[in-house]
Design a protein around this ligand. Sequence first.
Ligand SMILES: [Ca+2]
Ligand SMILES: [Ca+2]
Length: 296
Amino acid sequence: MGGRFPSGSEANFNWPGQRNAESSHYTYAHWPTSVPVMNSGSEIGERINTGARMCLLLPATHPVRRAYEIYAGGNNRMSWDQTAALYAVRGLSDYWTSQPGGRTTVNPDGSNSWAALPDANQTYLQESKPPADMAKIIEALMIGKLPALPPVTIPAKIEAEQYSEMNGVQLQGCSEGTLNVCNIDDPNDWMDYSLVVPESGRYTVDVRVASENTDFSLDLLSSTGVKLTTVAVGTTGGWQSWVTKTSEPFALPKGTRTLRVVSTGGKWNLNWLEIKRVGPPAAHSPAAPDPPADAP
Ligand SMILES: [Ca+2]
Ligand SMILES: [Ca+2]
């Protein structure tokens, strides 16, 4: 793992004061042509963030949690080493593709460049899966299945990072403290929150959101995938410039429910959501029994 591909400059090759540039330059200049090389550039691991979720969910004495707390302050860290180890063990799998043959040159200043040469046997990894998917795979390999969070009894304020399941998102440190969900940038990105609804009623959700340059909206879906409401948000002025938006009231029947927050487009971050009861079920609702609660 080192360098940037196809060309660039990165610390493992150029770190000043430790002769990295000199040794990397020598190594690549003298590498035997009969020995193939798979380069894993820093761009491979830097978009795959792991660790923060483990610090939320693992027991306080878990050694992986403690390692992330001590080294990364409980925040996510880029996954350069894990991706290199994953390739070493599993090969390309469906995680990556590889650039056809060529040769790496490390310059005396530690910067590196790439020349495509059909008869050369060096190559480099290229991203094939979304970074959030890779983070899930790597975290599962590091610690096995994470313990589940218990459902939250509402009304309640829920940190966005305390989802019960997700697709396509990652976590980062938040300017308001705690963490926030990020990489919400695809219409299929979502987070699920497991709730206990003690009494049927009309509820609203405040969402604490930020986005630098896009108007966006999010949908709230019920356990059965029915859209409860849409919250439209304009630009907030920055990825860490937070505003609170309140949904229209919607009905929630009592029971254990899953609330899904799903992106309908744009790119945005979520810090927390607060679910409030605003009244009893609408009087004009037809009398009908509540649907069964989610299976445990
Ligand atoms: Ca995403
Ligand atoms: Ca948060």
